[in-house]
Design a protein around this ligand. Structure first.
Ligand code: UD1
Length: 448
């Protein structure tokens, strides 16, 4: 079913609500095998940071391979409020951000609360404006997600911090200087903020134990194209020689490995056959290896890879870790797979403690999952049965849709705005592969 509210504009998708969030659900009917080809867009977790990075250079930067997702619209509004002009062309997957010589410095709570990645403007704002007022974030309901490493690293570069009325206020009136920084843990967000601050700092910054995700390499490549001097891309130490100024560029967003991994897991759970274009197997090595252990065959294609499955999956153990370990953002999808697999499995979540909230929803479909601390024990069941469930975050949401695709009867997934945050044209693509999914208004459906 076409969504009647599409095209209304991001700030008022349901007439009268004035809300950025859709109050919509997906109705999923189980039983169909997924077959066909999908193209993966640019990565959500990269493009949001590339948009923040554009703020570092006055003038128009162009970002391509931009996914048509809610989070891009939220970030576009945030950079607009900082004074940039944004021209977003979702049909072309292109975004132009024209940055003024003088930037604003306030990231408001109404936007930061909806998307934790808003914190990525902290580094660019201190570097360029010498001041940043960023509301303390909310975002996915997946754990506490502190900011201590962002703050300590920026303090080493000469910034001072105070918190007041829900805002984090950072100041570096004389500019930032180079520093030696050791991260306690390879945090994605802290690595990105520190690199974006260091590119305009005076002198050399060495950041050790950084995160090595492909999205961070993508960000550093864009910064280097803009004139930054970053070495060690993809390794656990980044060395940044500060420069006087950066210039705008045109940059293509790296492909979304989590979306690619999700389609691969969907092929596995539905005994399907999906060719995934614009995707890199090299960014998904452990996840694809787990799928092979579950019974799929994977074949490299000219532009991506093909995943085929012809049996009930075998259970696989998973341990989430920073890249190149198994990604936490594929953990719910693999729990869904294990829920219908042959055998028992253990999934260990090491990054976000609240990510197992999704398990309570999955058990409503009949899954046999028990959690203890950061471990989940799963006994595969031959059949799940459809029921209403709630998406608690973007990846939990797709995990529930996956389970719904193989459950008997229909599954209503509520709060699908979480899925819209990260998956472009989700229902269209799924329908194109033969899945049965409709976007519905749950209130209307309940009263019908
Ligand atoms: C990013 C991704 C998210 C992914 C995660 C891990 C975006 C928009 N989001 O989130 O999809 O699941 O990486 O791959 O790119 N932490 C601290 N102090 C800090 C920073 C982090 O304690 O200063 C903790 C967090 O609470 C969390 C863990 O470190 O438990 C991982 O956080 P981090 O790697 O920073 O993830 P995000 O950047 O938030």
């Amino acid at each position: 079913m076409a969504n009647p509210t599409r095209g209304v504009g991001w700030a008022g998708r349901r007439a009268g609500t004035g809300s950025i969030i859709d109050v919509e659900a997906f109705l999923v009917t189980g039983g169909n095998r997924l077959e066909g080809t999908v193209e993966v867009p640019g990565a959500k977790n990269s493009v949001l940071k590339l948009m923040a990075a554009a703020l570092l250079a006055p003038g128009p930067s162009v970002i391509t391979h931009v996914p048509d997702i809610l989070d891009v619209r939220i970030m576009a509004e945030l950079v607009r409020r900082l004074g940039a002009e944004v021209d977003y062309r979702p049909a072309q997957g292109e975004l132009t951000i024209d940055v003024p010589a003088e930037l604003g410095h306030k990231a408001d709570y109404d936007l930061v609360r909806k998307m934790r990645a808003s914190i990525a403007v902290l580094g660019p704002l201190i570097a360029r404006a010498g001041v940043a007022d960023v509301a303390l974030p909310g975002g996915d309901a997946i754990g506490s997600r502190g900011l201590d490493m962002h703050i300590e690293g920026l303090e080493r570069m000469g910034a001072t911090f105070e918190s007041s009325h829900g805002f984090l206020i950072a100041k570096a009136p004389g500019g930032l200087h180079g520093a030696q920084i050791w991260l306690d843990f390879p945090s994605v967000g802290a690595t990105e903020n520190l690199v974006m601050a260091a590119v305009l700092a005076k002198g050399t910054t060495v950041i050790d134990n950084v995160a090595r995700e492909p999205e961070i390499v993508d960000l550093c490549e864009m910064l280097n194209q803009m004139g930054a001097r970053i070495e060690g891309l993809g390794s656990s130490t980044l060395t940044v020689d500060g420069v006087e100024g950066l210039h705008p560029v045109r940059h293509a967003t790296v492909s979304d490995r989590i979306v690619a991994g999700t389609w691969a897991a969907m092929a596995a759970i539905t005994a399907g056959d999906i060719t995934i274009d614009y995707a890199h197997t090299g960014h998904l090595e452990i996840a694809l290896d787990k799928l092979v252990s579950a019974g799929v065959s994977i074949e490299q294609t000219a532009n991506g890879f093909r995943v085929r499955m012809d049996r009930r999956p075998k259970a696989v153990d998973i341990v989430t870790l920073p890249y190149p370990g198994f990604p936490t953002d594929l953990q719910p999808q693999f729990i869904a797979l294990n829920a219908v697999a042959e055998g028992v499995s253990m999934v260990t979540e090491n990054l976000f403690e609240a990510r197992f909230r999704f398990v309570n929803e999955l058990t409503r479909l009949g899954a046999n999952v028990r959690t203890d601390g950061h471990h989940a024990f799963i006994k595969g069941r031959k059949r799940l049965s459809g029921a209403p469930v709630e998406a608690t975050d973007v990846r939990a949401g797709v995990g529930l849709v996956m389970a719904g695709l193989v459950a008997e009867g229909t599954t209503t997934v509520l709060d699908v705005h979480h899925i819209d945050r990260g998956y472009a044209r989700f229902t269209d693509l799924l329908t194109g592969l033969g899945g049965k999914i409709e976007r519905i208004d749950p209130d209307v459906a309940a009263s019908a």
